[in-house]
Design a protein around this ligand. Structure first.
Ligand SMILES: [Zn+2]
Length: 302
């Protein structure tokens, strides 16, 4: 490779790391440090093969799942940023040896679940109809959002500086800093936002030939747009951010108590429990049926 070739390669690598803003400083040390950061990011992304058709990609709290069906790939949640989700997209395409990604389903409209929607430019985005309004409200004051994310990046930076080199805490802080840094780059352009284009108010079934996706609106709870996604053929339930380990419900505020809808959704889950083997949460934790049952009980007791 000649000098120009090497430079082009370096610059392209920097571009792919999404550290576009920081690339203002162009001395070679800086460039090299970004490339090594990008390599470090790659090495910290984990891929969990749930079954022959399903993978779960994780990077800290980013959790993106992909299901390979006869009629194309379905992605569940899109992570916090376009920069990182571009990496997840490549992993999905390599894993299934296909670029035919048909739908992205957002479990709810929080930025850490829809931030990477835009990366899947040929796919339709599916989500609850309330999500669109939620996204508008979240971005009403962009400056405020940018300041908030900047502060988070600074906090993780400081945390890293206070941790021992190569300690788990430092790696955790690095992952979080990277997630929010990429989100910050997106927020500064704001072009990244992509609303769901296929929405529903109550329930929706997506027929992908060999695999069905059954979705139901849970009712206002963790957000205004929480849905559950059940895949009977694969015995999987995606639970979004509705509950934590041991079934502890995530109710953001009392205004969100949507009890009639909750009880209806719990009945819907209970009917399916005999055929559920894997429960994947919005941040990639795998829950047990016990966690799900206690969540149902907690909701019914409300
Ligand atoms: Zn959430």
């Amino acid at each position: 490779m000649n000098r120009t070739g090497i430079l082009t390669f370096i610059l392209l690598s920097v571009w792919h790391t999404s550290y576009r803003l920081l690339a203002q400083e162009t001395d070679s040390n800086t460039i090299n440090s970004y490339i090594s950061e990008s390599n470090q990011v790659d090495s910290l992304i984990t891929v969990n093969k749930i079954n022959s058709k399903t993978i779960l990609i994780k990077f800290g709290s980013d959790a993106v799942s992909a299901i390979n069906t006869r009629n194309g790939i379905i992605v569940i949640d899109a992570g916090i940023s376009t920069g990182l989700t571009l990496k997840y997209k490549k992993i999905i395409e390599n894993e299934f040896n296909s670029k035919n990604i048909k739908y992205i389903i957002n479990t709810h409209s929080h930025p850490d679940h829809y931030g990477g929607n835009n990366v899947f430019d040929k796919a339709e985005v599916v989500g609850h109809e309330n999500g669109i309004k939620e996204i508008i409200v979240q971005w009403r004051d962009t400056t405020k959002v940018i300041n908030r994310i900047s502060k988070i990046v600074d906090e993780y930076e400081l945390q890293m500086a206070n941790c021992q080199e190569d300690s788990n805490n430092r790696i955790e802080a690095f992952i979080q800093k990277t997630r929010y840094y990429n989100a910050l780059v997106d927020a500064q352009s704001k072009d990244f936002i992509r609303n769901p284009g296929v929405t529903f108010s109550d329930s929706l079934q997506l027929d992908m030939g060999d695999v069905q996706f059954e979705m139901i609106f849970f009712g206002k709870c963790h957000s205004n747009s929480d849905i559950l996604i059940y895949i009977p053929e694969l015995k999987i339930l995606f639970s979004g951010d509705l509950f934590f380990k041991y079934g502890r419900a995530s109710i953001n505020d009392k205004q969100m108590a949507d009890k009639d809808k909750w009880h209806r959704a719990v009945k819907w889950i209970e009917k399916r429990i005999p055929n559920i083997e894997t429960i994947i949460s919005g941040h990639g934790e795998i829950f047990t049926l016990e966690d799900l049952r206690s969540f149902n009980q907690i909701i019914l007791d409300k």
